[in-house]
Write a protein that binds this ligand. Structure first.
Ligand code: PEP
Ligand code: MG
Length: 322
């Protein structure tokens, strides 16, 4: 294992036929950065910012957030850093934000829904992100987008804060990118519309599975519904990937399945060019990537998308990879 890390840490992430894939890391805090660097991630594909809002009595200020985002961007030295705006609600609570008691929190006021209701919270985070944008390669990711209206409301706020900061003489990068999570089935189904209004997609397989299968991702007695890559989820990812390609934007995967050694080749085969995972998985996935070609991955993906169960998909992939 140690030698695998050493061997693949500094190597480029390419398929056997030389197609570059970005193998990035998921982080939840600055403590995770050491692992990102030792495992040689090509970037950060998901910074879950909610953890810096949790376990504290008050909201982190704009300056406090700015320092954290700037630190991460600088530490990554020009490699891309995807920072996701606040995703609380659902299972994640913050003591200083009044959240209504909900019968179905995962179907409730979560993530972008909460941010559009508590605008001060969102505007503060957006200003901190925009100010940090000139310190590296920033990609801002909006979670739980279901409708075009939500995206446009978020973009309007971002545009207003951009104008405000520019008028205050603060420099903002003009090359930062905006993306949305594809983690609600409606976002995948409407991907053709969304692809015209963002720079990238990132598929959250955890929630996309939960919401497609109507099965609580935490409920162990429903494992059969959310284990592996279900055919319905695969088809939704395929739709999003096709829309991304048609409109010339890139698409990545940042849910748990991105780091699954048997399943990740299917994403490559669909034209996905970025995979983001816990940094410990990076060397293994990078070494496996080096053994497959884009052409064969595309064939596996087209076979797999005709299958009727996640077990069939998994068994098939185990077979072709062995
Ligand atoms: C996902 O839903 O797959 C995802 C990456 O987001 P989170 O696990 O933080 O909900
Ligand atoms: Mg999610």
């Amino acid at each position: 294992e140690q030698s695998l890390i050493r061997h693949y840490a500094g190597k480029p992430s390419v398929t056997r036929d030389g197609v570059p894939i970005e193998i990035a890391a998921n982080i939840g805090s600055l403590q995770d950065l050491d692992g990102v660097l030792t495992n040689g991630a090509d970037g950060i594909g998901l910074f879950r910012t909610e953890f810096m809002f949790m376990d504290r009595p008050s909201m982190p200020s704009e300056d406090e957030q700015f320092e954290v985002y700037k630190f991460v961007l600088q530490r990554m030295k020009g490699k891309p850093v995807v920072i996701r705006t606040l995703d609380v609600g659902g299972d994640k609570q913050i003591p200083y934000i009044e959240l209504e008691q909900e019968a179905n929190p995962f179907l409730g006021v979560r993530a972008i829904r909460l941010c559009l209701q508590k605008e001060t919270l969102f505007r503060t985070q957006i200003r901190a992100l925009l100010r940090a944008s000139s310190f590296g390669k920033l990609r801002i990711l909006l979670p739980m987008i279901a409708t075009l209206e939500e995206l446009r409301a978020a973009k309007k706020i971002i545009a207003e804060e951009t104008t405000y900061l520019q008028q205050s003489g603060i420099s903002i990068s003009d090359s930062w990118e905006l993306g949305i999570m594809i983690e609600i089935p409606s976002a995948a189904l409407l991907a053709n519309h969304f692809a015209q209004e963002v720079d990238f997609f990132s598929v959250g397989t955890n929630d996309l599975t939960q919401y497609t299968m109507a099965a609580d991702r935490m409920n162990r007695s429903l494992t059969y519904l959310h284990q592996g890559l279900t055919p319905a989820v695969l088809q939704l990812i395929e739709l999003a990937a096709k829309a991304a390609r048609a409109h010339g934007i890139w698409i990545g995967v940042c849910g748990e399945l991105a780091g699954d050694p048997e399943l990740f080749p299917l994403f490559i085969g669909l034209g996905i060019t970025e995979l983001s995972m816990g940094s410990a998985s990076i060397p293994k996935i990078r070494s496996r990537l080096a053994h497959i070609t884009l052409h064969e991955a595309a064939q596996w993906a087209s076979q797999a998308s005709t299958m009727e169960s996640s077990e069939a998909i998994y068994t098939y992939m185990k077979g072709v990879l062995s």
